[in-house]
Design a binder for this molecule. Sequence first.
Ligand code: PHB
Length: 398
Amino acid sequence: MTSQPVQESTVVGIVGAGPAGLMLSHLLSRSGIDSIAVDTRTRDEIEHTHRAGILEQDSVRLLTDTGVDGRVLTQGSEHEGIELRFAGEGHRIDFKHLVGASVWLYPQTDVFIDLANARERDGGDVRFGVRDTKVLEVRDQPVISFVDSEGIAREVRCDYLVGADGSHSICRHEIPESLSTQYFKEYPFAWFGIMTEAPMSAPELIYARHERGFALISQRTEQLQRMYFQCDPATDPGTWSDEMIWNELQTRVSGGGFSLKEGPITEKVVLPFRSFVAEPMRYGRLFLAGDAAHTVPPTGAKGLNLALQDVKVLAEVLDAAVNLGRTELLETYGTRALERVWKAQQFSYRLTTLLHTLPGETPFDAKRQLGELSSIVTSTHGSAHLAECYTGWPTAQL
Ligand code: PHB
């Protein structure tokens, strides 16, 4: 006979304990609101998933000002600009000079580690490595049912349910199709990503446009670098030797005597590429946050920043609803979050189409693209707009 699930209750049930779920749980606890976060992945699995590495200054502030950890300031590195490379030449976009802002290179895995440590330090209730997660009655009386890492079946009743469960979200599917609009943009390419044990090739990130396609030179530490190049989505990373990869990357960033410092390649992955938004982000007592509601192509490095911004807004309205009874403010969550989401969609799309080559592209398309790049780097207004979008927009106020 199977035993009955153990019954529990909390104010906010959170499906997904990645950066969005953990940050929400952290912010809620600062407002005295209990939550339980569950994730099918183990803590170790999440810590070993490589994701993008750029934090907008508002994201850095959210980590430091709310007492998550100041490690980002000592172990991350502040970047005051990027380089755009095209037609064999590099052009610096100076964020500090143009818009008085900067970004921080601090990988998502480190953000996750800091948040998981902070939740542990503050006695947060986070259950990693659960299985068979289901959500029930999401609109009116939400319940999360799951089997915990020790094999015990549990049911958590909650006043509010948050789906912070990534792009394959189970929570998103609870919103009836007739009430949800899904906006998609597919791109006919992907990114080939590598991790290499090599010294840094440049002090800042390089976004390069070449006839053979896009390349991005990023970093992790003095001895470990992250690089990407545009590829066919059907590419099998195992068929690419280190030599082929270095040739491709060197060609795409070549010009002006610049070359990459090479080293052994320790990881090869092909990353999917698409833009997606599901609206609305709320259905009764269910709220979606982060990748569960929207994904952006990695070009603008906005994914994590959007997720953190979503939960900042969500924590504010949940605080008002739970502590002040102002439930009408829950209505404002989606509108406020989506304003920034669509700006980020536009920026990621623009940076993507500005730097990638399209299959079947004509010489006209290539020349037009170079014309657009040139009009950005030769104009203070053009560069400042790029700098403003890259470093991030202010949060929409209540
Ligand atoms: C990364 O370092 O992984 C990275 C940085 C910037 C991007 C995308 C990825 O736009």
